[in-house]
Design a protein around this ligand. Structure first.
Ligand code: SF4
Length: 545
């Protein structure tokens, strides 16, 4: 949405203002400093990791003392003759105590803190940006950076400290900005071209009945920063009647990026076709279609790690060149085009698609990329980022059902059945292990008795018989069958407490009988456990929250 301040400056329009190229601290460091492989093997974090991260931030911030200032907004502006480069973000905390300023950057993690050798380079880079920006604003010669890592499940905390002089931070930050200038220059030049093309753009068809009114309403809604719910029958020309005024509004500075979000793939194509039509009429407008990872992946399985996928290996070393190549060659970044350039530069097509969205005027994709708390584009919609965005939500009635899915938990009967089977297996194997142990103990007792009787070996009362000596003694005795009833065990038939002189030859009850005696209750128990299934397999139980 367009900010109030921005709309006012547009409305006044009497003083020439340099265009602002804005980038968040997080996006800046992630874009410029990334290198190496894509490796998702160690990033198995639960779906609610983002919410958990927010909770951890607030928890740590609350615990800090009076000298701690949480969520400090910081901004750095660099002016040149063409534009203003604005880098902005929010430091998690700034601590002032005993004349020392500490920039605190909090990160929630699932890693074991004890095994961390130091802070992650991108995290420390983010904190250094805040340190520099705070240093410029407050003229501080020496700054301390504190990285606070919190293990989210255990809430254990570990700090890493580094100190920098302002001069060191300035040199480092200016180098970072110099690496980004090529991209900022390109963004500025492109926006000039885009805006001049919009000036001469007209509606591509003669207006049908009601279409002009519809387009005017969309434009007015954007101008006033409001929301418009629109219901119109199929064939009225809703797509062109909403995209055209949105593009016009962007030409007047009332928005930097247009998100066209749909429930179905086919309507995404309709949006792209509409932009292609406007391009034929002279519009310069870059657009990207975001395709699901599973669909656009070049590999059989989406296993994003350098050992399995060659596109993941060294992806971050090559991606910026690949993005720049495509950016300067085409205006429409459809799935086919992204695939072509990803192959050319041997990078992951899905990640490339996401990167293209940073430089696109229109982002066309599924509702998930905005509304799903687990799949939304963090580069645009996370807490510390934001921008002048316009949203066109196609067939918004689908949002109800999709929203339910996004914010609901689903329980699958198969998983419960599998868990039950697993538990059963574990319990049975434990029981059989225990039973075997007790049988062995029983056999040893029997062998001891037999040995003592036959060989007239007597151990004095104070003699301790350790396991080794038992083994060596029992080695002389012929072994008994495993099904032998363990004498002295809890399954022993009652009234047989005196060990028989010769166990093999003089059992008090026949061996077959004895076996049945201690097996029967077991069989009964097994029969009892067999119950008919309450639900048929494959049933999904969904619970809306
Ligand atoms: S190509 Fe497929 S497997 Fe490889 S990094 Fe991309 S999404 Fe993952």
């Amino acid at each position: 949405m367009v900010s109030e301040e921005r709309r006012e400056s547009i409305a006044l329009e009497d003083k020439p203002v340099l265009e602002e190229i804005r980038i968040s601290v997080r996006n800046l460091v992630e874009f410029v400093l990334r290198h190496g492989d894509i490796d998702n093997r160690h990033k198995a974090s639960p779906d609610n990791a983002m919410q958990e991260g927010g909770r951890i931030h607030r928890m740590i911030q609350r615990r800090m003392g009076a000298g701690y200032q949480a969520e400090v907004s910081l901004k750095y502006t660099q002016e040149n003759e063409k534009y203003l480069l604005v880098v902005e973000g929010r430091a998690d905390g700034i601590l002032r105590e005993e004349g020392q300023v500490t920039i605190d950057e909090i990160k929630g993690t699932y890693r074991e803190l004890a095994r961390m050798k130091g802070p992650m380079p991108l995290h420390i880079a983010q904190a250094k940006c805040y340190g520099y920006m705070y240093g410029v604003q407050n003229k501080i010669p020496l700054l301390r950076i504190r990285m606070t890592y919190c293990n989210m499940p255990s809430e254990e905390i570990r700090h890493f400290y580094q100190e920098y002089t302002f001069a060191e931070l300035e040199e480092w930050f200016q180098e970072l900005i110099r690496s980004y200038v090529r991209w900022a220059d390109y963004t500025w030049e492109w926006s000039r071209l885009r805006e001049s093309s919009i000036q001469g753009l007209s509606f591509p068809f003669p207006y049908r009945e009601g279409q002009k009114e519809l387009a005017a309403n969309v434009y007015r809604t954007i101008y006033h920063g409001r929301k418009l719910f629109l219901e119109a029958p199929t064939g009225v020309g809703k797509t062109i009647s909403t995209i055209y005024p949105a593009v016009q509004a962007m030409g007047k500075g009332m928005g930097k990026k247009l998100f066209y979000l749909t429930a179905k793939t086919i309507t995404r194509t309709v949006a792209e076709d509409t932009l292609a039509l406007l391009r034929k009429k002279g519009l310069h407008f870059k657009s990207v279609i975001l395709t699901a990872k599973e669909k656009i992946c070049f590999m059989e399985e989406t296993e994003c790690n350098p050992e399995y996928c060659p596109y993941a290996r060294g992806h971050y070393d090559r991606i910026n060149e690949a993005v720049f190549d495509l950016l300067t060659a085409r205006e429409s970044f459809s799935r086919e085009v992204v695939e072509e350039y990803a192959q050319k530069h041997q990078v992951c097509p899905f990640e490339m698609c996401l990167d293209m969205s940073l430089f696109s005027d229109a982002v066309i994709g599924d509702y998930n990329y905005l509304f799903d708390p687990h799949a939304c584009l963090r580069r645009f919609f996370s807490e510390n980022t934001g921008g002048e965005y316009l949203f066109l939500i196609d067939e918004a009635h689908n949002l109800l059902e999709r929203g339910r899915e996004m914010y609901s938990a689903a329980l699958w009967k198969e998983q419960f059945m599998e868990l039950r089977r697993e538990l059963k297996r574990t319990i049975l194997s434990e029981t059989s292990k225990r039973r075997k142990k007790s049988e062995i103990r029983g056999q040893i007792d029997l062998k001891m008795t037999d040995f003592m009787t036959q060989e007239s070996v007597f151990a004095r009362e104070e003699d301790s018989v350790d396991q080794t000596s038992i083994k060596s003694i029992s080695g002389k005795i012929p072994s008994l069958p495993v099904t032998q009833s363990p004498v002295g065990s809890r399954n022993e038939p009652s009234g047989n407490s005196t060990p028989p002189p010769n166990v093999r030859g003089s059992l008090p009850v026949p061996r077959s009988k004895l076996r049945r005696t201690w097996q029967r209750p077991q069989k009964r128990r097994q029969r009892k456990r067999k119950r008919p299934q309450a639900l048929s397999g494959g049933t999904k139980r969904a619970f809306s929250l």
